[in-house]
Design a protein around this ligand. Sequence first.
Ligand SMILES: NC(=O)c1ccc[n+]([C@@H]2O[C@H](COP(=O)([O-])OP(=O)(O)OC[C@H]3O[C@@H](n4cnc5c(N)ncnc54)[C@H](O)[C@@H]3O)[C@@H](O)[C@H]2O)c1
Ligand SMILES: O=P(O)(O)OC[C@H]1O[C@H](O[C@H]2[C@H](O)[C@@H](O)[C@@H](O)O[C@@H]2CO)[C@H](O)[C@@H](O)[C@@H]1O
Ligand SMILES: [Mn+2]
Length: 445
Amino acid sequence: MDGKKYSVVIAGGGSTFTPGFVLDLIKSQDKFPMRQLKFYDNDAERQKKIGEAVKIIMKERAPQIKFSYTTDPKEAFTDVDFVMGSIRVGKYHMRSLDEKIPLKYGVNGQETTGPGGMAYGLRSIPAIIQIIDWMQEYSPNAWMINYSNTIAIVAEACRRLRPNAKIINICDMPIDDMDRMAAICGLDSWHDIDFNYYGLNHFGWWKEVRNKKTGEDLMPKLKEYVKDHGYWVGGDYDKDTEASWEATFKKVADDYKMDPETLPNNYMQYYYFPQYEVANADPKHTRTDEIREHRQKIVFGECERIVKAGTAKNNIWDISGLHSEYIVDIIHAIAYNTHEKFLANCENNGAISNMDPDSIVEVPALFGADGIQPMATGKAGRFQRGLMMEQQTCEKLVVDAYVEHSYQKMLQAFALNKTVPDASVAKKILDDMIPVNAPYWPELK
Ligand SMILES: NC(=O)c1ccc[n+]([C@@H]2O[C@H](COP(=O)([O-])OP(=O)(O)OC[C@H]3O[C@@H](n4cnc5c(N)ncnc54)[C@H](O)[C@@H]3O)[C@@H](O)[C@H]2O)c1
Ligand SMILES: O=P(O)(O)OC[C@H]1O[C@H](O[C@H]2[C@H](O)[C@@H](O)[C@@H](O)O[C@@H]2CO)[C@H](O)[C@@H](O)[C@@H]1O
Ligand SMILES: [Mn+2]
């Protein structure tokens, strides 16, 4: 370590994940020392609620790190080494519509999959491109680690519109799944697992899972468990897991049966069993409502409590979360050029040998000071390749729709998607989505 101390800005300071991430950054000061932490958000009021609580946390636990929050891009993106992308364009209001509009027509209503995921992706593109441009203008050497969804669509837009930008698009879902695999096999955490994985974001498969220390092949043990229980661990491990996530992890038992050679990312259920998802959804009460009643309420309630008490003693984020732990590991790998292996969403260029070079894929990559070096994962199975070709074409069509302001391309994206049964249904969903997305989408002609 060269004694350097880092400056980080979180874009989306008002995110429900921000306080947990801050606590993990503070705990990692021996590993990733910082001199400055800033928040940036375009909703001053929402950010202030988190910002005021974090001010107290920082004063008590890391007074050596200068902390501030702002809605001014120049102030936010000047003098930073890392930009963390945690924005949700349109906030929970728009997520709720992404979920509920498709359900009205009997189609899967989910944050990052199906028409809702494509609608969300189209909203995110201009905002992420704008943040990249600010970062390049005010801190040209900085890296942006982006986890703002819909990642596959954002990554495709970056590939086309800002090909030289220092941005890495990541997802923590496979980490969560691997942490569950570790627990199932009696290991401590995902850090104990070595893997070979390939696919698209929220759309992939493990080819290999091994004990990192001993090299033992864990696939037979995992398959035996997953066929009955999916990735549901239960007991103490899952004591805080919400009902919808419980259903998700259990459903992996059925996903797995679609290809017993591999282990699936839990998001495959939205593509394998869209009718089941719709049948089990309540169009009046979707995942957004659950978050409003649970995560959002808890996070903002806790911030309010800290501000009122004037202290952050015994706060709820003292226990690390996988999401932020993973992100700290990634920025550490870039800052200290460790070439550790994580998953990244990047241009294929042969990483999956039978996918187009210009596909955006999610594959293992070595993370270091120059960014990522994607690794060769071999050949996708015929079944997987067919699914991926369809899905990534949808993702490319959304970016076409953005670039060309094309109604036709967005309609094709919806109609092609595996979750949508019919082009006339695709049209109905799109026509309902256009007016509510008017503040965020280009005008589609
Ligand atoms: N990739 C992953 O694995 C992963 C995991 C968890 C969450 N996420 C993503 O992280 C993001 C945050 O999730 P959340 O549930 O905490 O959302 P949230 O709604 O609680 O917070 C998002 C924040 O972004 C702000 N925002 C919206 N548009 C903005 C813009 N243009 N510029 C600056 N700020 C803006 C909002 O005001 C809000 O404060 C989402 O995109 C979510 O999908 C990704
Ligand atoms: O419905 P949400 O907002 O709770 O989750 C949607 C996100 O789900 C995944 O992230 C999980 C993560 O895998 C888990 O370990 C924990 O940290 O919670 C995260 C969010 O709940 C997924 O990877 C994200 O892309 C989704 O946005
Ligand atoms: Mn994700």
